[in-house]
Design a protein around this ligand. Structure first.
Ligand SMILES: [Zn+2]
Length: 288
């Protein structure tokens, strides 16, 4: 049962309805556009606090050890590079939330050339030293660049933006005319999300602040004049360590699910586990 709330939808400004109260904030649904959003009051140092080194190495809602996913992320970049190339000849790319540059490296291996932006300075430095790709320190909301890119890629980052309209407005402005915006994010409209309801693993504020559907994301980017030209579900693989961390995080506070915990401990760190990512989607939008 959803109740009236005073929280305003960050996409359309309508008064939200409280879906449920999470440990750190309320999670609301917009009755007008369907967007799901957190009413978390972001501290001024939200980005440095949430995406500090612990996010990439500390487990929980983040990564147990980002480097363990290295090969999988490079392959993700290659795969999206090939996918985008079906709609635009490989050219310049801006990868948003580039972390240690693994996905960008995969894009470069599939013919795209460019740079990344990443709020964590240590990860950006690793991108340069370890992956050999150029990554600037910053957030999409603040990023300024005179260049226009044939492809702006936002993989597993959109749910984290603290100012959604500003982030996507800026992303759209950075795409060249005829260029592409590629987004991969979680799908709150998926069977998996509906099945788990409030226990869906992606309800992990404050690092995650928005839960999209393909329709709500399409409306958001549509405001900046981009239109969807392709959409699908990614074939996803997780490292064993990452799967174990998600499992442990999901069972916290649930007596029934805690029975699964011993099985999680048996998952080896370095194996790549096929993940039936029914609750993820990717979409490609074209400008102009
Ligand atoms: Zn709305």
């Amino acid at each position: 049962m959803e109740t009236e709330s005073t929280a305003r939808c960050p996409l359309c400004g309508a008064a939200g309805r409280l879906y449920f109260r999470h440990a750190v904030c309320g999670i609301h649904r917009c009755p007008d556009c369907g967007d799901l959003f957190a009413d978390y009051a972001l501290p001024a140092d939200h980005v440095t606090r949430t995406y500090g080194d612990g996010y990439f190495e500390g487990g929980g809602a983040g990564y147990p050890g980002y480097h363990l996913d290295r090969d999988i992320l490079i392959e993700t970049g290659r795969r999206y590079g090939r996918l985008a190339a079906r709609h635009h000849a490989p050219g310049s790319i801006l990868d948003v939330g580039a972390a240690a540059g693994y996905i960008l490296k995969g894009y470069e291996e599939s013919g795209w050339r460019g740079r990344g932006i990443e709020p964590n300075p240590r990860m950006a430095a690793r991108a340069r030293s370890e992956s050999g790709v150029e990554v600037a320190v910053g957030t999409l909301e603040e990023y300024r660049d005179d260049r226009r890119y044939d492809l702006v890629s936002i993989i597993q980052v959109a749910a984290h933006f603290r100012d959604l309209p500003r982030a996507f407005g800026n992303a759209a402005a950075l795409v060249a005319d005829g260029g592409l915006l590629l987004v991969e994010t979680w799908n709150a409209d998926s069977k998996t999300a509906r099945f788990w309801g409030k226990r869906w693993h992606e309800f992990s504020p404050p690092s995650v602040l928005h839960w999209f559907t393909p329709a709500s994301l399409g409306r958001l980017v549509g405001r900046s004049g981009l239109r969807e030209i392709a959409r699908g579900r990614p074939r996803k693989r997780l490292s064993g360590a990452h799967a174990r961390s998600i499992l442990t995080h999901a069972v916290e506070g649930s007596a029934a699910l805690s029975l699964l915990k011993p099985f999680g401990a048996l998952i080896p760190s370095r194996i790549a586990i096929p993940y039936p990512a029914e609750d993820l989607f990717w979409a490609i939008y074209r400008k102009g």
